[in-house]
Design a protein around this ligand. Structure first.
Ligand SMILES: NC(=O)c1ccc[n+]([C@@H]2O[C@H](COP(=O)([O-])OP(=O)(O)OC[C@H]3O[C@@H](n4cnc5c(N)ncnc54)[C@H](O)[C@@H]3O)[C@@H](O)[C@H]2O)c1
Length: 326
């Protein structure tokens, strides 16, 4: 198969490209490097089946960029991410989710490609229903501080639904809940890399409010597998949640990371973010009906991430453990 991955130099995109290449697919990664980094795709460049195209999907030239190529599948992941970027990159989020998504769908029409859009749990906003099923229409403030991302994702979903209904494009949507794993930069502002950065720097974990806000966490290999399953088997025009199966408070997550790393700097509680959502929890019944399941527990996934991101810490704690059990 010949596959195009937009946002291919991002955290999830690079993991997806690696998995596709491992199965012998031809992979084109497109990225403008606004939140992704070239280093994520550098290790793939030796592979003749892989090519990287530095390109902004907001630019309409992307529609004609693959003239003469066969593109069977498009995984459309491109979107600026990160909480501090909700304001800093707000226009880029809105343009990428709107114009960018329309350009990708036009490209799909030209090539007759199947499309998978990565939407987000944030399409549910600050949810009032638990767990969130795909038919829950959410609770989004259209002018709130997170709106460029939340409404951007909802607009992208509306574009996909329109191209399915109006032009018969075969496209599916995955709403991703918190995902973590190797390939995430420790400069990333999401909660797990933030805690690991604090471990590396021997600084206290910062928790906003009392830490009772809940999230689920899914290891990136399980997420990539979920994207592949939905691409292969999802029904056109439908939405599938993918996320971890255990809901955990941020405080409990901090305690788990402390128990795995022996971090001694403790937790520093800060005033609550006004726009921090109290909880998020996916219903994953629909994706499980397609045959997907979570394989990696949070504890195992954190150990695997630590081994890659903080190898010296893992080695020294293994040594400490070995000494203490002698
Ligand atoms: N990681 C998560 O927990 C999570 C949760 C929900 C949704 N998602 C979604 O999954 C997708 C991938 O997320 P990620 O965690 O890998 O984030 P990421 O920021 O690492 O990757 C997104 C990539 O898109 C690229 N990009 C942004 N705008 C672009 C444009 N106009 N043209 C070309 N490239 C562009 C960025 O440079 C980046 O490499 C995103 O759509 C994100 O919204 C991720």
């Amino acid at each position: 198969m010949s596959v195009l991955v937009t946002g291919g130099a991002g955290f999830i995109g690079a993991n997806l490209c690696r998995a596709l290449l491992a199965e012998g697919h031809r992979v084109h990664a497109v990225d403008n490097l606004i939140t992704g980094v070239r280093g994520n795709v550098q290790p793939l460049l030796w592979n003749p089946l892989f090519s990287f195209h530095e390109m902004d999907i907001v630019d309409a030239s992307v529609i004609d960029a693959f003239q003469g190529e066969r593109i069977d599948y498009i995984y459309h992941l491109a979107c600026p991410t990160g909480v501090p970027n909700l304001v800093v990159l707000a226009e880029e989020m809105l343009k990428t989710c709107s114009l960018g998504t329309i350009h990708v769908l036009e490209l799909a029409r030209k090539h007759g490609s199947r499309v998978l859009l990565t939407s987000s749990a944030e399409a549910y906003g600050d949810p009032q229903e638990f767990p969130q099923r795909e038919d829950y229409t959410g609770n989004v403030d259209p002018i709130g501080p997170r709106s460029a991302y939340e409404e951007g994702k909802r607009f992208s979903e509306a574009c996909v639904a329109t191209y399915v209904r109006k032009y018969g494009v075969s496209a599916v949507i995955v709403r991703i809940f918190n995902t973590y794993g190797p390939g995430m930069s420790l400069d990333d502002t999401r909660v797990i890399p933030q805690f690991l950065r604090n471990v590396r720097d021997k600084k206290p974990f910062k928790i906003y409010g009392d830490g009772s806000q809940t999230r689920t966490h899914l290891f990136v290999d399980d997420l990539v597998n979920g994207l592949r399953v939905v691409m292969e088997k999802g029904r056109a025009g439908e939405v599938y949640n993918t996320g971890g199966n255990t809901s955990m408070s941020i405080r409990a997550l901090a305690e788990l990371v402390i128990s795995l790393t022996g971090h001694e700097a403790g937790i520093n509680f800060q005033p609550h973010f006004i726009h921090d959502h109290a909880g998020r929890c996916p219903s994953t019944e629909k994706v499980r009906e397609l045959g997907w399941e979570q394989h990696v527990s949070l504890e195992d996934g954190l150990r695997r991430m630590l081994a890659v991101c903080l190898p010296t810490l893992v080695t020294s704690s293994a040594v400490t453990l070995e000494k203490s059990t002698r």
